[in-house]
Design a protein around this ligand. Structure first.
Ligand code: ASP
Ligand code: MG
Length: 249
């Protein structure tokens, strides 16, 4: 039995149909005997749309209010996913960043996670539920909502994996792993089975935009194994972890 954190990006939860698919996949993990905690991004282009609304009001939205606004995107997807899991006959509970114990510094729009208070997530798992955590957001020392920068749900997932001592942090997206170059630009790019944290950070320049770099830095610091894989297939993706001899080859 493994303890898995499974993060689903915006494309993977872009419609009710896709959210139902994610629920099916999570339930499948439970049926195989694994424990799973889901982390979700906002549906599709929601974050961009919310940014658009703010800039239609003012060219300089106050950082505190903008973070509060943007955090609502993930709060929609998390509740819909929890409902979809319950509709399959499994218990689920969704949690905002605050409820999931994601404590950050006070840097709005680019907050850093300083602590994960894992009690509620652990309690939900113990109660037999599949917890669903809103990505991208936390709470600062004043109790204000912060966001972690664009793509920040990846960092939430890695932090939650670290906070609960998960075996692996699976990051599901519309790409099936990490390539030697951007496959859309370079058709001969090869998918890697595994890549070290350092190489992953270096690859960021060559189109490996599959993960938020801060998530990789966090994973390196706390030794969290990331598995970047497709939300639309069962195929294995790319493991990002400490260097091994096999990876040298
Ligand atoms: N929804 C946020 C964004 O679009 C966070 C994320 O997707 O990871 O940047
Ligand atoms: Mg992303």
């Amino acid at each position: 039995m493994a303890l898995i954190v499974a993060k689903f990006g915006g494309t993977s939860v872009a419609s009710p149909e896709r959210i139902k698919n994610v629920a099916k996949r999570l339930v499948g993990m439970r049926q195989r005997g694994d424990e799973v905690v889901a982390v979700v991004s906002a549906m599709g282009k929601t974050t961009d749309e919310l940014m658009g609304l703010a800039s239609a009001i003012t060219t300089a939205p106050p950082a505190r209010e903008l973070d509060r606004l943007l955090s609502t995107g993930e709060q929609v997807s998390m509740t819909l996913l929890a409902m979809a899991i319950e509709a399959r006959g499994y218990k689920s509970m969704s949690f905002t960043g605050r409820q999931a114990g994601i404590e950050t510094d006070g840097m709005h729009a680019k907050a850093k996670i300083v602590k994960v208070h894992n009690e509620r997530i652990m309690e939900a798992i113990a109660a037999g539920a599949i917890p669903v955590v809103a990505g991208f957001q936390g709470i600062d020392a004043n109790g204000d909502i912060t966001t972690l920068g664009r793509g920040g749900s990846d960092t939430t997932a890695v932090a939650v994996a670290w906070g609960i001592g998960a075996d692996v942090c699976e990051i599901y997206s519309d790409v099936d792993g990490v390539y030697t170059a951007d496959p859309r630009v370079c058709p001969r790019a090869k998918k890697l089975d595994a890549v070290s944290y350092d190489d992953m950070l270096e690859l960021s320049g060559s189109g490996a935009g599959v993960l938020q770099m801060r998530a990789v830095e966090f994973a390196r610091k706390y030794d969290v194994v990331i598995h970047s894989r497709s939300a639309f297939s069962e195929a294995e993706g790319t493991y990002i972890k400490e260097e091994t001899d096999m990876m040298e080859e």
